[in-house]
Design a binder for this molecule. Structure first.
Ligand SMILES: [Ca+2]
Ligand SMILES: [Ca+2]
Length: 258
């Protein structure tokens, strides 16, 4: 056989071996990850065999009793605590001293790999450009009264540049009675708009929720942070928590507590 062909075939074989080796390794790594995360009293999610589940059963929650979790309060890591379930969650340190946590934002994680959490703060929206674009894209004209209007600047993809996340809503408007209620969360990156949450319906006074970014956390060690959105209802209906992953230029909803 011609030497050139042998070299060419060898290059192709090496290329495919590399390809399968790295893809295979990634798959094995994904399947080996196990994690549990608590979003205050509201939500428990677990990861096993590359698949997330929502835990609602009280008996299942008690299985975490006595286990050590890495705890974040208002996005700051406050160390490791043991969790105990007795209708609500109790936290204890290693000397069995109870820790009273701030119910504002409490996140506990336990995993067999490293989970990073990003700190962020909501800001006022000064530049209305993208809001106006999104409202007209969604045919919303009666939007005088915003009950949620927040900007979050977060470098979610770790490229050194912060992206702009917007949360807007007119849920539970007090001064006006809009025909449509909307709750929209989107990201703007280099002038491009990417939707996360988009709920628009006729207004019956009760049926909407106020959206906000709850937590920004990397759950699969790829330095692209996943976004946990929450939407709070006016009634006793519990808060809607949603986990989004950015994949193929889209935010995919991969898990919800409802
Ligand atoms: Ca970025
Ligand atoms: Ca990630």
């Amino acid at each position: 056989m011609n030497k050139k062909y042998i070299i060419l075939i060898s290059i192709i074989i090496v290329y495919f071996l590399f390809f399968f080796f790295f893809i295979g390794l990634g798959e094995i790594k994904n399947n080996k990850r196990e994690a549990t995360i608590f979003l205050d009293e509201n939500t428990v999610w677990t990861l096993e065999k590359n698949s997330w589940s929502n835990i609602t059963d009280e008996i299942d929650k008690k299985e975490f009793n006595g286990l050590e979790f890495n705890v974040f309060s208002n996005y700051e890591n406050i160390g490791k605590y043991y969790l105990w379930r007795d209708e609500k969650w109790y936290l204890f340190d290693k000397n069995r001293k109870p820790y009273l946590y701030d119910e504002g934002n409490f996140l506990a994680v336990r995993a067999n790999y490293n989970i990073n959490v990003l700190k962020f703060e909501p800001q006022e929206i000064n530049d209305q450009r993208y809001i106006n674009t999104v409202l007209s894209e969604n045919n919303i004209t009666d939007s005088e009264e915003f009950t949620v209007s927040n900007l979050y600047q977060i470098d979610f993809d770790s490229d050194g540049v912060k992206e702009n996340f917007y949360a807007i809503s007119n849920a539970f408007a007090r001064e006006t009675s809009p025909d449509k209620v909307f709750s929209i969360v989107f990201m703007e990156k280099v002038g491009q708009i990417y939707y996360l949450y988009n709920s628009i319906s006729s207004n019956d006074g009760q049926n909407s929720c106020k959206p906000y970014i709850n937590t920004v956390v990397d759950l699969n060690e790829d330095d692209v942070y996943e976004i946990i959105l929450s939407c709070g209802y006016f009634s006793i209906q519990s808060r809607h928590d949603m986990l989004y992953q950015f994949k193929d230029n889209n935010f995919d909803l991969i898990l919800s507590n409802q």
